[in-house]
Design a protein around this ligand. Structure first.
Ligand code: HEC
Ligand code: HEC
Length: 334
């Protein structure tokens, strides 16, 4: 009895300490990333398989992980993606890490959420170049999948609805808590060096936080690229205006998350900035009319690198084998 009382008291005190730390963190424009909650584990395991399965593409070669490589920060690290038959994509692939925190999906926000997004690439002729019907035919020909879909969703038929639900549920687990910056936010005062802290101060005081804030340090609003000075690019994306049709939204893009930004090069929707040094310089001048000195730039970059959190960590899923009935891929032009 006594012991329970004491441990209750300890739990209460440490609860208060955490509360105080969170309170302190709340005074900052950036909040620590929370681990995923309310996850359906069966659905996550199925979604993980689908995420890695190239049989959802026409070529049998391209999976979500081809362009959102989870060994490389959830991106492909090239300016614009390579799709079916080596087609050059029109825009840089954003990271899938922490994408569950986004206000909407895609640079122009045309998909409301992860589930709405997940059906897109499979049927996009410039990406996986398949169709939803063909993808379902492939899955239904594989007994391992039929069994697992039945287990998770309790239905005999597979539809694109369940496919996108499962992928979205897996993506919810792709959050990256515990970065050094988050440790600092939560009270570990020696988690950052003096230069990194100075970089954070510059980031706040120069006005970067006006657009890059919240849990994902971005991802929560659409903003103009080139507020003070226009951005020059040969890319044709119109940004948010492509969705709303409003001229005022031209060249407004979803502010990218800066979580794990050290890993998600190259930068901007056209992938034109190869380094963080370059991206920070451009942001300072074009968005804020501020030219950082070399030393200031290095400090902001040092701060940005503290935003790298724990990367998704799991065994590579082993995919159920195809059968004689499984439609075969068409990787080459016929
Ligand atoms: C051929 C490369 C390619 C493949 C394959 C691909 N994606 Fe993407 N993905 C992209 C590109 C490029 C964008 C940005 C498109 C845009 O904004 O117009 C994107 C955007 C996204 C986004 C939005 C992220 C954000 O911050 O807005 C998510 C989530 C995503 N993809 C998940 C997936 C999933 C799940 C799959 C597999 C079903 C997949 N992608 C397959 C290239 C790819
Ligand atoms: C007015 C809003 C706004 C302000 C202020 C702002 N940014 Fe941005 N930031 C954006 C938008 C929008 C993009 C995407 C632009 C694009 O891709 O064309 C972006 C992109 C970036 C990127 C590239 C991320 C990626 O994955 O491509 C970095 C790094 C960045 N900002 C850092 C900063 C820093 C550092 C500051 C302060 C000097 C800053 N930003 C100020 C809106 C803003």
């Amino acid at each position: 009895m006594k012991r329970t009382l004491i441990s209750t008291a300890i739990a209460l005190i440490s609860g208060l300490a955490i509360h105080a730390a969170v309170q302190a963190a709340n005074d900052e424009p950036i909040q620590p990333i929370k681990p995923p909650a309310n996850i359906n584990l069966g659905m996550v395991e199925l979604g993980k398989k689908l995420y890695f399965d190239p049989r959802l593409s026409k070529s049998g070669f391209i999976s979500c992980n081809s362009c959102h490589n989870l060994s490389m920060g959830g991106t492909d690290n090239i300016p614009t993606s390579i799709g079916d038959k080596w087609q050059q994509g029109p825009i840089n692939a954003p990271t899938v890490l922490n994408s569950s925190l986004n206000v909407a999906q895609f640079w122009d926000g045309r998909a409301a959420d992860l589930k709405a997004q997940a059906g897109g690439p499979i049927a996009n002729p410039g990406e996986m170049a398949f169709s939803h019907t063909l993808a379902i035919n492939v899955l239904e020909s594989i007994p391992g999948y039929v069994r697992e879909f039945k287990q998770v969703f309790g239905k005999d038929k597979i539809s694109i609805e369940e496919v996108t639900l499962a992928i979205a549920e897996f993506e919810k687990t792709l959050v990256t808590p515990n970065s050094r910056f988050d440790q600092w936010l939560l009270g570990k005062k020696d988690a950052l060096t003096a230069d990194e802290l100075a970089g954070y101060k510059l980031f706040k005081e120069s006005g970067c936080v006006a657009c890059h804030n919240g849990e994902a340090v971005g991802g929560n609003s659409f903003q103009k690229m080139g507020v003070v000075e226009p951005y020059k690019t040969s890319a044709t994306a119109g940004g948010r205006a492509d969705v709303t049709g409003k001229d005022a939204d031209r060249f407004n893009f979803k502010v990218p998350t800066l979580r794990n930004v050290e890993m998600t090069y190259p930068y901007f929707h056209d992938g034109a900035a190869n380094t963080l040094t370059e991206a920070v310089d451009i942001m300072g001048r074009l968005q804020l009319g501020k030219k950082f000195t070399k030393d200031e730039n290095a400090k902001v970059v040092a701060f940005l690198k503290t935003l790298t959190g724990d990367q998704p960590n799991f065994a590579l899923p082993i995919l159920p084998p195809s059968t004689d009935k499984t439609p075969r891929p068409t990787p080459f032009a016929k």
